[in-house]
Design a protein around this ligand. Structure first.
Ligand code: F6P
Length: 545
C-alpha cells in the first residue's frame, strides 16, 4: 500500500489532475450544462450534489479505478465481518454492529456479538423509560429533571452533537448538560444550575481512566455526597464503560452500568450505550430511529456499486481534493443551527481517525492524509470567515449541508437560509470575473480610474470546490444517515491512504506528560521538573502567591 503513488491508477489521476487544475468550474459547466444529472446522486433521501466539485465523469471513473486497485470492497467487507482491521490494537471495528437492525449475526473471535448488543439496548430502554416515568428516581424519592453527562472526546462530542441536532425531539421534562473540560468551568457552571436531589450523572468513558472525566466525576460525586449523604451516589450515578473493575471502584451499582466493547472506537461510539444520555434526552424510540438511519447507510455502503455509493464517492472526492488538487482543509457548513456541533463532531471523527503519517506497514506516507476539518453553521460563517474562503490564499474544499424544511417553525427563515446556501455554492464555484466586476462598478457610476483601482479587490476567483448535501428535514433517521455517511467516508479514505483509521496513538504522549506534570502544578515551587519548563512554572509560582 505504501506504493500507491506508483500504481497506474494513481499516475492516471495525476495526469488527469494536470489538465483539471487548469480548468475552471465556469468552463466545466459551460461544456456540460447537465452536470447536475451526471454528478449528483440521491440515495436514502440524501441528495449529494457534487457538480460543483472540480471533476468530470472521467475523474470519477479514475477515482473508482483507484479504489478498486486498493481493494476497497474487500476492506469494507473486512470491517463489516469483524476482521481485526485495527491492526495496531488487534481489534475489530464494529460500530456497524451497534446499529445492525437485521437478524444477521456479527462475529468477533467466533462469537456472535449481536445478543449482547441487543441486551444492552434493552437495558438502556428500561433505564431511560424508568427515568422518564419516575420509576427510577433520586435518593430522596424525587424524579430526575436533569442529566449531566460527564465524558470527553468520543464520550462527549457525539452526545452533544446529536442532542443539539435532535433538540426538536427532546423530552421536555429532562434537561441535558454535558461536562467534558478538565478546567472545572463547565462542571462549576452546571452544578450551579441543578438540584442535586433531581440530577442523574452519567459517567461516560470507554476506559474509565481518562483524567478529565474521572476528575469531573470524582468532584461531582463528592458534591452529591456533601448534599445528599453517602448513600446517594448509588442512585445518582450511572456509567458507561468497558472497564467493569473501575466501575466497581466507583461504586456504580449493576443496574446503572452499561457496557460497551473494545471493538467500538470512542469516536464511533455514540451508537452504543455511550448514547445513553442522548436517549435520556430524546427518548429511546428516537434513539433507535437514529440507529435505523445509520443501519440504512451501512447497507447502502456495503452493497451499492461504487459509482452510486455516497460514502465511497465522498471519500474519493476528498482524496481528489487533498492529493490531486492540493486542498488544505475541508470546511463543513450546515445551514441549520441544530447542526452547529456537527463540524466539531467531524473534527474528532476525521482527524483522530485519519490524521496519520505512517502506513499500515509502519512506513512514512509519501502523500498527504487527512487535512484540517472545521466549520460553523452558515449564515453565521458567511459573516465571519467566508471572506478568506472567497478571496484568500488558503485552499479549502466545502461541504454544505441543508434541510429543505427547517428545524424552526419559521419556514420563511429556512427559505432564506437555503437561498444563502445555494448562493454561496454558486459564488464559490463561479466567482465574479473582471468583466463582471467592471460592469458592476460602471453601472454604479464610478469613473474609470476608480473602476480600475477597485476591480482587483472585488474579483471573486471562484473555482472553490464544494458538495451540497440536501435532505428533506433533520430528524433522527437523517442524522443517523449523515453520521454513518461521514464515518464510512473516513474508512474509504483510510483504505486509499493505506493507514489505520481506528487507532489514536498520537494523543498518548501529551496525556503521559500531563500526568507526570500534575504534581508540579500543585506545588510549582518545590517540584523537580524539566529545565525547559522552569520558566513557565516560575510564573505559575509567582502569580499564585
Ligand atoms: O484522547 C483521545 C481519546 O482516547 C479519544 O479517542 C476518546 O474518545 C477520548 O479520549 C475519551 O476516552 P474515554 O471514553 O476512554 O474516556
Amino acid at each position: 500500500m505504501s506504493l500507491i503513488t506508483q500504481t497506474p491508477e494513481w499516475k492516471a489521476l495525476e495526469q488527469h489532475a494536470r489538465v483539471m487544475r487548469e480548468r475552471h468550474l465556469r468552463e466545466l459547466f459551460a461544456a456540460d450544462p447537465k452536470r447536475f444529472e451526471s454528478l449528483s446522486r440521491c440515495e436514502l433521501n440524501l441528495l449529494f450534489d457534487f457538480s460543483r466539485q472540480r471533476v468530470t465523469t472521467e475523474t470519477i471513473q479514475l477515482l473508482i479505478a483507484l479504489a478498486e486497485a486498493c481493494d476497497l470492497r474487500a476492506r469494507i467487507d473486512a470491517m463489516f465481518n469483524g476482521e481485526k482491521i485495527n491492526s495496531t490494537e488487534g481489534r475489530a471495528v464494529l460500530h456497524t454492529a451497534l446499529r445492525n437492525r437485521s437478524d444477521r449475526p456479527v462475529f468477533v473471535d467466533g462469537k456472535d456479538v449481536m445478543p449482547e448488543v441487543k441486551a444492552t439496548l434493552e437495558k438502556m430502554r428500561n433505564f431511560v423509560e424508568g427515568v422518564h416515568s419516575g420509576r427510577i428516581h433520586g435518593h430522596t424519592g424525587k424524579t430526575f429533571t436533569d442529566v449531566v453527562n460527564i465524558g470527553i472526546g468520543g464520550s462527549d462530542l457525539g452526545i452533544v452533537m446529536a442532542t443539539e441536532a435532535l433538540a426538536n425531539y427532546r423530552n421536555r421534562n429532562i434537561r441535558l448538560h454535558c461536562v467534558s473540560n478538565i478546567d472545572g468551568v463547565q462542571l462549576a457552571d452546571t452544578l450551579e444550575k441543578i438540584d442535586p436531589a433531581r440530577t442523574l450523572f452519567v459517567v461516560c468513558s470507554k476506559t474509565f481512566t481518562t483524567l478529565e472525566t474521572m476528575t469531573n466525576a470524582r468532584i461531582a460525586r463528592q458534591w452529591v455526597v456533601d448534599r445528599l449523604g453517602d448513600g446517594a451516589p448509588a442512585r445518582h450515578f450511572a456509567a458507561v464503560s468497558t472497564n467493569s473493575a473501575a466501575m466497581d471502584a466507583f461504586l456504580i451499582p449493576p443496574q446503572n452500568r452499561f457496557t460497551m466493547w473494545d471493538w467500538v472506537g470512542g469516536r464511533y461510539s455514540v451508537w452504543s450505550a455511550v448514547g445513553l444520555s442522548v436517549a435520556l434526552a430524546i427518548g429511546m424510540d428516537q434513539f433507535e430511529l437514529m440507529l435505523q438511519g445509520g443501519y440504512e447507510m451501512d447497507e447502502h455502503f456495503r452493497t451499492a456499486p461504487f459509482h452510486k455509493n455516497l460514502p465511497v464517492l465522498m471519500g474519493l472526492l476528498g482524496v481528489w481534493n487533498r492529493n490531486f488538487l492540493g486542498m488544505d482543509s475541508l470546511a463543513v457548513l450546515p445551514y441549520d443551527q441544530r447542526l452547529h456541533r456537527f463540524p466539531a463532531y467531524l473534527q474528532q471523527l476525521e482527524m483522530e481517525s485519519n490524521g496519520k503519517g505512517v502506513t499500515l506497514e509502519g512506513t512514512p506516507v509519501e502523500y498527504d492524509t487527512c487535512g484540517v476539518i472545521w466549520g460553523e453553521p452558515g449564515s453565521n460563517a458567511q459573516h465571519s470567515f467566508f471572506q478568506l474562503l472567497h478571496q484568500g490564499t488558503a485552499r479549502v474544499a466545502l461541504d454544505f449541508l441543508a434541510p429543505v424544511n427547517g428545524s424552526s417553525p419559521y419556514q420563511e427563515q429556512q427559505n432564506l437560509a437555503l437561498a444563502n446556501c445555494f448562493a454561496q455554492a454558486q459564488a464559490f464555484a463561479f466567482g465574479q470575473d473582471t468583466d463582471e466586476v467592471r460592469a458592476d462598478l460602471v453601472e454604479k457610476g464610478l469613473d474609470e480610474a476608480e473602476v480600475a483601482r477597485l476591480t482587483p479587490h472585488k474579483l471573486h476567483p471562484g473555482n472553490r470546490p464544494s458538495t451540497v448535501i440536501l435532505f428533506p428535514r433533520l430528524g433522527p433517521k437523517t442524522l443517523g444517515r449523515l453520521i454513518a455517511l461521514y464515518e464510512h467516508k473516513v474508512l474509504v479514505q483510510s483504505v486509499i491512504w493505506g493507514i489505520n483509521a481506528f487507532d489514536q496513538w498520537g494523543v498518548e504522549l501529551g496525556k503521559k506528560l500531563a500526568s507526570s506534570l500534575a504534581p508540579a502544578l500543585e506545588n510549582p515551587g518545590s517540584a523537580d521538573v524539566d529545565v525547559t519548563l522552569s520558566g513557565l512554572l516560575g510564573f505559575v509560582a509567582k502569580w499564585r502567591s
